[in-house]
Write a protein that binds this ligand. Sequence first.
Ligand SMILES: [Zn+2]
Length: 81
Amino acid sequence: MDTRIAPCPNCGSENLYRSKLVSAGGGHAPNYLPGLGGFLTSARFRIVVCKGCGLTRFFASAQAMEKVSEAKQWERATVSR
Ligand SMILES: [Zn+2]
């Protein structure tokens, strides 16, 4: 994973732990990345947790990110500056 995950945006800690890619749900569970998986498979994300404060973040897989612009379940957020 080349995404920069440290430091923790909440407490500044560099003591972070990350999971393997895991299913983002679907089936009987909520689907946190709808429309970004394969035909019969859920999209996946990696979970990063901060040992300092417990903040938990989800990073969608590169495969899921390839689909997000075209997926009808997602719209680009407007950013106010
Ligand atoms: Zn933290």
